[in-house]
Structure formats: C-alpha cells, structure tokens
Design a protein around this ligand. Structure first.
Ligand SMILES: NC(=O)c1ccc[n+]([C@@H]2O[C@H](COP(=O)([O-])OP(=O)(O)OC[C@H]3O[C@@H](n4cnc5c(N)ncnc54)[C@H](OP(=O)(O)O)[C@@H]3O)[C@@H](O)[C@H]2O)c1
Length: 158
C-alpha cells in the first residue's frame, strides 16, 4: 500500500518557516502508530526539521542535492525512485512536504489526514485535490484548545 499522511489546517496550512505551526498534544499518535515498522518517504526539508531518522521504521529522504545515508535512512533523487527503493513488502507513507504531497496524491491508495480545525498562519500548504476520487471516512474527533479530526480518504478511482 502507498499512503500519504498529513495534518493540515482549515486554510490547508501544513508548515511555517520550516516547522509545523501548532503544538497539539497527541496529534501525532496516528503517525507513529501507522508508520512504525513501515517506510516513510519525506522531502529533504521535512527530514532536516526532524534532524534524525525516526526510530523503528525506515526513512527514505527525497533530495536532488544531498545524500543521507545512515542506519535506517537512505536518499532517493525523486519520489518515483524512492517508491521503487521502498519495494512492496512494507507499507509506504509519504509524509510531506508540499511538493511531495502534490506529486503523491495521484499515486496513493489512501490519504490519512488530520484536519486541524483552526485557521493557522503559515507558508506551506497541502494542495487542493479532487475529493470525488476518494471515499471519505471520518474516523475520530478530538476536542481541546485546537480541535482536530482524523479522516481517511480511500481511492475509488483515478
Ligand atoms: N503538517 C504536516 O503534516 C507536515 C508534514 C511534513 C512537513 N510539514 C511542514 O512542511 C514544511 C516543509 O515542507 P516543504 O514543502 O517546504 O519541503 P520538503 O518537501 O520537506 O522538502 C523540499 C525538498 O525536498 C526535495 N524534494 C521535494 N520534492 C522532490 C522531488 N520530486 N524530487 C527530488 N527532490 C525533491 C528537495 O530537496 P533538495 O533541495 O535537497 O533537492 C526540496 O528542496 C515544514 O514547515 C514542515 O514542518 C508539515
């Protein structure tokens, strides 16, 4: 399975100045749960934000300019090459940023979205996509200072 995993705000913001522009306790629980034991593909800037490979899963960093080669992390020069590198044994989770998401939407079987229910200031956005290509399932809603909802989009047609 090839999936995309993202958290975006009401105004589709995913990032600001190289960082995730909110701090919501527990919001990344689903990311950890799904990606552990699998393969995460992310853009170079997102990887540098984390600054190290994530534990208990393999990271493939997409970059044209740099090479990350450490335990459980490799580099591919394109998203397509990263997907080839990942193979088919494990699930693949494409986890941003904006450019990778844009390219990935047409390739993925599933999109695991966290809707952050607030307008957030930022400079990086999740792209618009055709919701008619997916079945939308609202999974779970969480109240709090910034409420959020887990939603799964499963592809029904290309
Ligand atoms: N809310 C969320 O779920 C979420 C998830 C991820 C990231 N973010 C946020 O998004 C921001 C980072 O995203 P971003 O869009 O600025 O950067 P990014 O996608 O993480 O990284 C961009 C870099 O990745 C490489 N890259 C991207 N697409 C490529 C392609 N098709 N082929 C080869 N290389 C490619 C390039 O690296 P080189 O320049 O080395 O060639 C490019 O400069 C941060 O603010 C981060 O916090 C949010």
């Amino acid at each position: 399975m090839i999936a995309l995993i993202v958290a975006y705000a009401e105004n589709r913001v995913i990032g600001n100045k190289g960082m995730i522009p909110w701090k919501i306790s527990g919001e990344q629980k689903r990311f950890k749960e799904f990606t552990t034991g699998n393969i995460v593909i992310m853009g170079r800037r997102s990887y540098e934000e984390i600054g190290r490979p994530l534990p208990n899963r393999e990271t493939i960093v997409v970059s044209r300019t740099q090479n990350f080669d450490c335990e459980h992390c490799r580099t591919a020069t394109s998203l397509e090459k990263a997907i080839q590198m990942a193979g088919t044994e494990k699930d693949i989770y494409i986890s941003g940023g904006a450019g990778l998401y844009k390219e990935a939407i047409s390739m993925v079987d599933k999109m695991y979205v966290t809707f952050v229910e607030k307008v957030i200031e930022g400079d990086t956005y999740f792209p618009e996509f055709d919701e008619a290509e997916f079945e939308k399932q609202v999974e779970e809603h969480f109240e709090g200072e910034i409420p959020y909802t887990y939603v799964t989009f499963t592809r029904i047609r290309k």
